[in-house]
Design a protein around this ligand. Sequence first.
Ligand code: SAM
Length: 291
Amino acid sequence: MPTLGTPKNTIEILQKYNFTFQKKYGQNFLIDTHVLDKIIRAAGITKNDCVLEIGPGIGTMTQYLAESAGHVTAVEIDAKLIPILKETLADYDNVTVLHEDILKTNIRALAETYNGGRPMKVVANLPYYITTPIIMNLLEGGAPVDNITVMVQKEVADRMQTGPGSKDYGALSLAVQYYAEPYIVANVPPNCFMPRPNVGSAVIRLTRRQMPPVRVSDPKLMFQLIRASFNQRRKTLQNSLSNAAELPFSREEISSAIENLGLTATVRGEELTLKQFAALAEKLEELHKGR
Ligand code: SAM
């Protein structure tokens, strides 16, 4: 049975190993069993699942995952946590701890080794300083991952789930929603962690889509347009795209594509839906090819 997840047991193990928290690694350990139960339930883990946990810390959530999953691979960057994990996970023979940086880990190889190449589920209380690169690597990198349930900063969870018209809407919203269906499972206050973070947190589940929700022949171009639009958020779409050196389109091509979509000349990128960005990419490509 899990033994961590309470303040008392967490403090005991930290003191035993004389562990000091490393701010640079985003270390805020979970000390609330209700939150842990909620995460495991939301992830829908069964004994048929192979789970990748990012940043196990002292193994709090790893114990819960090991109870419900077939196999857990836990990737931890901090060398000081490895001997602690050896002790806290000693009772579980279905856990592999890797001392690595998750941004350099070959996730496809992990799926091959532990799940015969089939998709894994990712469950984590993420280190907040690298939330976006971790999520984007998992979604864009083509690794076999079909379901991601993670604790992130509340504001980042909102950004992933929102649409046009909100101040939180941006390139991350569109990228996440192209690849996955986001669902905020729960908000989690700072007192559920040790030490307490300065921000509110939320658990979000991203279910990978079988098919993208929009059809676009060159998704890379669509994401270039999205990034360029939100890089200069206060400018009109016309100006943001015309100023973007990485885009090959003339000012005339951009304005006629915008007009063709039935948008006004002063529209801003933040007003466009994913469907409209897809249509814009298609139109620009067509106009550019037909030159
Ligand atoms: N899972 C534990 C829990 O819930 O109590 C710890 C979560 S803590 C928010 C984030 C963990 O990620 C820390 O253990 C930290 O050392 C680890 N971490 C930070 N950067 C990492 C990286 N690049 N690769 C792997 N682990 C990392």
